[in-house]
Design a protein around this ligand. Sequence first.
Ligand SMILES: Cc1ncc(COP(=O)(O)O)c(C=O)c1O
Length: 350
Amino acid sequence: MSRFWSSVVHRLSPYVPGEQPKRDGIIKLNTNENPYGPSPRVLAAIASATDRLRLYPDPRASSLCETIAAHYDVAPEEVFVGNGSDEVLAHTFQALLKHDAPLLFPDITYSFYPVYCGLYGIRYEEVPLDAAMRVQIADFRRPCSAILLPNPNAPTGIGLARETIEALVAEHPNQLVVIDEAYVDFGAESAVSLVARHENLLIVQTLSKSRALAGLRVGFAIGQRPLIEALERVKGSFNSYPLDCLAIAGAVAAIKDDAWFQETRERIIANRESLVHALSELGFEVLPSLANFVFARHRSRGGAHLAAQLRELGVLVRHFQKPRIEDFLRITVGTEDQCSRLIALASGLI
Ligand SMILES: Cc1ncc(COP(=O)(O)O)c(C=O)c1O
């Protein structure tokens, strides 16, 4: 604390990211990174972009917006890019989610959402998941300014069908609905195709997970032009160059290498199914995941204790000390080998 702090700093309680260990040899299954790495074409594109480092990058990252637009069959003006989807979300909170009525999001969800509300002074209400940890869209029928949902939800991994998202959007024609599709590529249904017919829908995605570029920091939003214009206004009032020229080049190459994307995500989905099976055999209840992680609790072992024991054995998983979910572990789906080693070590503890 210091007398130089502004009043807003006193009130902030920042997001706590998952641990990034400094030592080697850790089986790192705590932050939902992709174990297979990015396409080799990304590395080549980044290398050849280094001769442009002298220059400022394109402030609008037009080549990336055009590439994303072509891939998702929308107009480039319907795409906004930012420094990770966290930044895209941050601008969304400020540009589109700050109103008099409260913003709604689930009680169990991405823990950055209340942090942004704190930063921007946004009123919010948490809508409880049902007893099976599912989002029930009927529970969102209450006065609000906007709705924010990850699909699949994090950390549960449970997804909603596209038609359910469309029903939610149609039920709230005067509220913005933001769908955070950080994990959508691992088996859920994207709602991007609904953007053309719903002016109140904004989709946020990231290249951190299915395209294995968490370290490059690239995320994007897709929505109708007035929504994108709001995001551009906030961005242009904050940082003109959120994406550097290496990130733009690498992200374009990642989106274009569809073969790599398909192959690696299919491997992760296959590993997830084996991991779910093996954890169930060990006595875990595993929620039905459509993400690159599973959320599981053991019948007789507490989550905090298990996470600490696994850590001692060199395996990092994520544990949240939060009511309703303190017995759960969120386990990122790793390589075949990482998943087998996790299961072998966990079976020694149970
Ligand atoms: C639901 C959800 N949304 C957004 C993000 C942010 O991802 P990034 O900033 O790496 O794009 C995460 C990161 O884990 C997430 O879990």
